[in-house]
Design a protein around this ligand. Structure first.
Ligand code: DGL
Length: 270
């Protein structure tokens, strides 16, 4: 296959701005890859919505990314991965589809020594039981303790990454997890990697699994085995599409991405 074909972008998508943590990890792990991002900022949050609604929104996003001629897709949103990954795979045909839940589950299984894993995520992700299913599919005896943390997304978007309110909130949410003596904790939401330092203090001696980093690693492996890696030594092209540009979007987006957010375009899917 010609390298021409391989310079097509990777499509990365999320319910909003949070998936930029995955884009950031992809930029670091695969610096030559072009990326098209879609964030459904007009309809975020997904983490409290029903499966049917999330499936409908997801199909619209995937349709849009297919029109962008992507060569692979990365479901950066844990909530979408939890309830609509099969829909994405059906629409994507033969192209590689990676998602944060499989990546996070595998990394947690590799990390745990005691066989007790904690998962923190949005309410929809926790209710779907998707992390526990992904872990149990490989290791039925592993114990999984999950906790929904719906207050953490707004706290992160507020920028309260090292704030007393966030610390107390985390402490409260982590109580049931810590009382089960897990040795590994999956940060099962796009926003939680930004709270890593704070969570590490509240959950000492527990290995934190950042699914953004593990997803980037999985993507690299998938592109390699599908012979889809871009080898052109050109500066990568990044395009960011969002369904709304709300107040403070630029600031919040840059916090997630860890660099300036350029080439931002509005795209209404509904
Ligand atoms: N992106 C979502 C996730 O990772 C968090 C934000 C939302 O609720 O839409 O679960």
């Amino acid at each position: 296959m010609s390298n021409n074909h391989n310079d097509r972008p990777i499509g990365v998508f999320d319910s909003g701005v949070g998936g930029l943590t995955v884009v950031r990890a992809l930029m670091e792990r695969l610096p030559l890859e072009n990326i098209v991002y879609f964030g459904d900022t007009a309809r975020v949050p997904y983490g409290v919505k029903s499966r049917t609604t999330i499936e409908t929104y997801t199909q619209q996003i995937v349709q849009f990314l297919l029109q962008q001629d992507v060569k692979a897709m990365v479901i950066a949103c844990n909530t979408i991965a939890a309830v609509a990954a099969d829909k994405v795979k059906n629409m994507a045909g033969n192209m590689p589809v990676l998602d944060v839940i499989n990546a996070g589950a595998n990394a947690a299984l590799n990390a745990t020594k005691t066989g007790k894993i904690g998962v923190i995520a949005t309410s929809t992700t926790v209710n779907s039981n998707a992390y526990a299913r992904a872990i149990h599919a490989q290791s039925a005896q592993t114990r999984v303790v999950s906790q929904a943390c719906p207050l953490l997304v707004p706290l992160v978007e507020e920028g309260w990454l090292d704030h007393e309110v966030t610390r107390l909130t985390c402490k409260e949410y982590l109580k049931p997890i810590l009382s089960e003596h897990v040795d590994t904790l999956v940060l099962g939401c796009t926003h939680y990697p930004l709270l890593k330092p704070l969570i590490a203090e509240e959950a000492p001696n527990i290995t934190l699994v950042d699914s953004a980093i593990t997803t980037a690693e999985d993507t690299a492996q998938a592109l390699l085995s599908a012979r889809l890696l871009n080898t052109e030594q050109k500066e990568a092209d990044y395009r960011f599409f969002v369904s709304d540009i709300p107040l403070r979007f630029q600031t919040i987006g840059e916090r997630f991405l860890g660099r300036s957010l350029e080439q931002l375009e509005m795209m209404n899917l509904g």
